[in-house]
Design a protein. Structure first.
Length: 366
């Protein structure tokens, strides 16, 4: 992939939310805060606000609304995320094999959670590994081996007999499954739309909650005390009214429940943030939503009441630390995005990256 071996960054280098040196270098693909001993004066110089590559902590490269997609479509998805500034993706469940992406220096880094694990006939058809409770711990162990330190459970889904959202797993199965994941060195996250699945997941030691629309005062307190993270996916939750309408005639209680969760989505996220719960940016791209929505999700967090600097950190410094991946640190891979203005003051800037550098080489503009 063509590109300069040395690049100078001048302006404001956002190493952290409050740590802002004025100068940095990309040398042989790595970040440095010391000028090179040779070639420096002739190096291309980029002026602006530089951030570590953004993080989409809930995405599904390899998946669309119809199910698994081929490698060509995966490449388009990954490239779209990259060009939006998202250079680190936590893939929150995919039935497709995307390991080939790891060999491409021009595509984002992916942290995988293996395949979704769901109760039999309690999720979207053809996407999840569907098992019964007695087989859950063994399935979790297998998916922990397939992933990159994460496992994804489907915590609740519509129960067609009940006609509403309902937990998918008995408490004892969750305890055994999450213990199996932790023994394998993996963290566990769970899809959770409603309220009722949360107590058992929290009691079993869950590490993260996806969507988290159903937090109550009681469960919010437990989440905060345990340091459990949430990824609200507000861009996805915005689609609840349309989803509810599509099933209203057959499942009116379920539809009304989705509308109620949608109505309090912003209050829910703001209360979580104010309670000290770690909140991270995730778009839920790859199902019914397109890729490249990370800037929109940051903006949704701000609308919900999270201060702009914290919302940016939820897609940048804090998210990278949570996932155990470096930012703009001396000697680390130069994965960064440059903007014309400070996104901590106006998150709308994130929608317009001027330069994207991945593994030390510019990939946008091409």
């Amino acid at each position: 992939m063509p590109g300069p071996a040395t690049l100078r960054l001048r302006g404001r280098i956002l190493v952290g939310p409050d740590e802002v040196p004025d100068d940095a270098w990309v040398i042989d693909g790595r970040i440095s805060f010391e000028a090179p001993t040779s070639g420096g004066p002739d190096a291309p110089t980029v002026h602006g606000w530089a951030l570590p590559g953004l993080v989409d902590a809930h995405s599904h490269i390899g998946l669309d609304a119809q199910g698994p997609v081929d490698a060509g479509t995966q490449e388009v998805q990954a490239t779209t995320d990259r060009d939006s500034g998202a250079l680190l993706i936590r893939d929150a469940g995919s039935p497709a094999d995307t390991r080939w992406i790891d060999g491409r220096d021009d595509l984002p880094r992916i942290v995988r959670a293996g395949r979704h694990i769901a109760r039999t006939r309690r999720y979207l058809r053809g996407i999840a590994d569907e098992v019964e409770p007695e087989d859950l711990p063994g399935c979790v162990a297998r998916e922990a081996a397939r992933g990159d330190g994460w496992v994804k459970l489907v915590g609740d889904w519509i129960d067609r007999d009940l006609g509403d959202l309902a937990p998918c797993w008995p408490a004892e199965a969750l305890v055994a499954a999450i213990s199996a994941a932790h023994a394998a060195g993996a963290r566990v996250t769970a899809h959770c739309f409603g309220e009722d699945c949360l107590p058992d997941l929290l009691a079993a030691g869950i590490d993260c909650i996806e969507h988290a629309c159903g937090l109550t005062d009681a469960t919010r307190e437990v989440v905060a005390e345990a340091g459990v993270a949430i990824v609200p996916t507000l861009t996805n939750i915005a689609t609840f009214p349309a989803i509810a309408e599509s099933g209203r005639e057959r499942f009116p209680t379920w539809a009304a429940h989705l509308l109620a969760l949608h109505a309090r989505r912003q209050e829910n996220v703001r209360a979580a943030y104010e309670a000290g719960i770690p909140v991270f940016v995730g778009t839920d791209a790859g199902g019914s939503l397109p890729h490249g929505l990370v800037a929109r999700e940051v903006a949704e967090l701000v609308v919900a009441g999270i201060p702009p600097p914290a919302a940016v950190s939820a897609a940048c410094w804090a998210a990278r630390e949570w996932l155990g991946r470096p930012g703009l640190t001396e000697g680390e891979s130069a994965d960064l995005v440059v903007y014309d203005a400070d996104p901590r003051l106006d998150v709308g800037v994130l929608a317009y990256p001027r330069l994207v550098v991945l593994r030390g080489r510019p990939v946008l503009p091409r």
